[in-house]
Design a protein around this ligand. Structure first.
Ligand code: R5P
Length: 301
């Protein structure tokens, strides 16, 4: 049984919450530590109920929840679970959020608006001892540790993305869809030893974006690989492909971290000849890049 290394004789128990089981089991396997499901049910009036299926007393409890689908239910679930774990005698309660939502809302764009990313981080800080997030959507040089008052670790999936491209796409040219992607794009291009370009994007609404290219990209028969942290409606990538298509590019690749794919995003991307692959932070048909080891290693340290 894996012992949490700071508290030598304390057992770590990995708990798969309703939207985290796909990774929680792999993380537990990687750590060789016990795994248990959080049993969650929904009542006719939309309240949720939950139950731990193993004893949490005296243990370090790691709740794994990826926040997709009914994200607000996912939030309530982990807060209730953390409080319950403490009530049942857990020593420490950690949250692993392979995908943490609301981080795109990082400032007050209109007077009176809720800065959801900041609020959620504050709430999580009250309930947990630690939080681990894969590739949090952070702009303007904010770091995760600046948002949380508890130990907060951001885990970069970049080496996994680079490795995937190396093994599957020849002659790549990395293209980022907006300024926010620059850091990620640069790191990937550096790891691959190839060139990169960044497109300019203006967000009009939750669904609509406008993109433009301020300088010409030297395409040189390269394979265009869009890299982004999140794909939600898919419109960002679709619009970027639209511009490059005017220059004669017919086929595209896209490697992203969090494949939320709302509505029929995946199908629309496929129809536009964009071959998409994502990490498995959120389960989906193209989540081929397994990052469970990234999380196991972070928990081991
Ligand atoms: C935004 O800054 C993100 O990095 C993504 O580009 C964006 O969230 C993608 O959203 P959608 O797929 O809806 O265009």
């Amino acid at each position: 049984t894996y012992k949490y290394n700071i508290f030598q004789d304390i057992t770590m128990l990995i708990i798969g919450c309703s939207h985290g089981r796909h990774l929680a089991q792999k993380i537990a396997k990687g750590l060789r530590c016990p795994y248990s499901n959080l049993r969650v049910k929904k009542f006719p009036d939309n309240e949720i109920g939950m139950r731990f299926m193993s004893s949490v007393r005296g243990k370090v409890i790691v709740l794994v929840q990826s926040f997709y689908g009914d994200v607000n239910d996912c939030v309530v679930e982990v807060l209730f679970a953390a409080e319950t774990a403490r009530d049942l005698g857990a020593k420490k309660v950690f949250l692993v959020a392979p995908y943490l939502p609301y981080m795109r809302k990082d400032k007050r764009y209109e007077p009176g608006e809720c800065i959801s990313g900041k609020v959620l981080s504050k709430i999580i800080s009250r309930y947990f001892d630690r939080v681990y997030v894969v590739e949090p959507h952070l702009h303007r040089k904010t770091r995760l540790s600046g948002l949380f008052s508890i130990k907060a670790e951001e885990l970069t999936s970049n080496p996994y993305i680079v490795d995937y491209i190396k093994r599957n796409i020849k002659n790549p040219l990395i293209v980022g869809p907006d300024k926010g992607s620059l850091e990620m794009v640069k790191m990937a291009a550096h790891g691959l030893g190839c060139k990169y370009a960044v497109i300019e994007k203006k967000r009009i609404s939750g669904r609509e974006v406008k993109v433009r290219l301020s300088k010409k990209i030297a395409l040189d028969d390269k394979n265009i690989v869009f890299i982004d942290d999140i794909i939600s409606t898919g419109n960002t990538i679709l619009e970027c492909a639209k511009i490059l298509r005017k220059w004669g590019v017919k086929k595209f690749y896209c490697v992203a971290v969090h494949g939320i794919f709302v509505e029929n995003a995946l199908e629309r991307l496929r129809k536009a000849n964009i071959n998409v692959v994502t990490a498995n932070t959120i389960p989906n048909k193209v989540g081929k890049i397994d990052i469970s080891q990234l999380i196991s290693e972070a928990l081991r340290n």
